[in-house]
Design a protein around this ligand. Structure first.
Ligand SMILES: Cc1cc2nc3c(=O)[nH]c(=O)nc-3n(C[C@H](O)[C@H](O)[C@H](O)COP(=O)(O)OP(=O)(O)OC[C@H]3O[C@@H](n4cnc5c(N)ncnc54)[C@H](O)[C@@H]3O)c2cc1C
Length: 289
């Protein structure tokens, strides 16, 4: 049984309720309802008051602001996968989350605030240096998503705050190659066993201007190291084979998988090697799944 629930009609009302009661936000409910389920046909019981925010239209938007794409926290994964203005890796990650019925409910805000190391969207978002804006009745703040997620299922969200939006800086020039790839038990409706997002920008002579990659489900939070990325930056694609092992060894050191470590380490290695080999051979620009 839900002990106390609130259904605010505006963001202002939601922030007041959050400040006065600390009620926990429920967006699509696809994480919260499952976490607190008590069996088929039985209404879940929550140990705290709940605030249902799924009807707040003010949190549902995707828009361009300067060089950023900004996504309201109440935007569903289905709306994200359907919007061509959203960067490719983020759209692809959204499209691979569960079944269509789930994606119609699941929100970007819930995926980010649930902070599961296996979640799909934080992987390309952190790879792209996305930021989050948190709002409360008294103000707002913006920080890197990588800093907002502090550990498995842990964030820096304060008791009176809501996640307002996720802000993705667009690359200066479109990536030459970009990936979001997920390994799950099966293609549909499966949480990641491992995921990888990678992107590279080449100049006209084949030199790597920008390389970035991030991993999900391979540690307490999304793994990324800008130091390791620098091993590839400035190299020509023809030099990839000669630095590949050095890069993969350095990348391996940033992973800290808890379960099935050998499987996760070797699979990450193979996926990255695959991506970089395709970059070196110039075969494909974009890969889905
Ligand atoms: C069958 C099934 C399959 C799934 N498959 C995948 C998958 O493939 N990939 C994947 O990543 N996930 C998957 N999930 C998990 C889940 O669907 C996603 O994490 C989803 O994005 C959560 O969004 P939601 O809106 O339903 O979150 P909710 O359950 O409503 O909330 C999740 C958490 O976020 C908080 N929250 C929500 N919105 C805000 C806000 N605006 N401000 C502050 N806090 C907020 C809530 O308080 C709660 O702590 C699956 C779940 C199920 C049940």
């Amino acid at each position: 049984m839900v002990e106390t629930s609130y259904i605010p009609q505006t963001l202002e009302e939601a922030l007041r309720i959050r400040k006065e009661t600390g009620a926990k936000p429920l967006a699509g409910g696809t994480d919260l309802m499952v976490m607190h389920r008590r069996g088929t046909g039985v209404v879940p019981s929550f140990p705290w008051p709940v605030m249902i925010i799924s009807s707040l239209e003010e949190l549902k938007y995707i828009r361009r602001e300067g060089d950023d794409i900004v996504i309201g926290s109440g935007t569903t994964c289905h709306a994200i996968e359907d919007d061509p203005s959203v960067p490719y890796a983020v759209r692809t990650a959204a499209s691979l989350m569960g079944a269509e019925s789930l994606r119609n409910l699941a929100t970007i805000g819930g995926n980010v605030c649930n902070a599961s190391p296996k979640a799909d969207l934080p992987v390309p978002l952190i790879m792209m240096d996305a930021k989050v804006t948190l709002v409360s009745a008294t103000g707002s703040r913006t920080l890197l998503l990588d800093e907002f997620i502090t550990g498995p299922k842990e964030t820096d969200l304060k008791d009176d705050e809501l996640l307002l939006e996720v802000r993705i800086p667009l690359p200066e020039k479109d990536y030459s190659h970009v990936w979001y790839r997920k390994i799950g038990t099966r293609k549909a409706n499966a949480i990641s066993k491992l995921s990888l997002s990678a992107a590279v920008t080449l100049d006209a002579d084949g030199f790597i201007k920008d390389f970035r990659s991030a991993n999900g489900a391979s540690g307490p939070k999304v793994a990324r190291s800008t130091e390791v990325e620098k091993i590839l930056e400035g190299k020509n694609v023809t030099e990839i084979p000669s630095v590949l092992e050095q890069f993969l060894d350095a990348y391996d050191a940033i992973l800290s998988p808890h379960a099935m470590p050998t499987y996760r380490r070797l699979s990450t290695r193979r996926m990255l090697a695959h991506f970089l080999t395709e970059v070196a051979s110039g075969t494909q620009n974009m890969i889905v799944t």
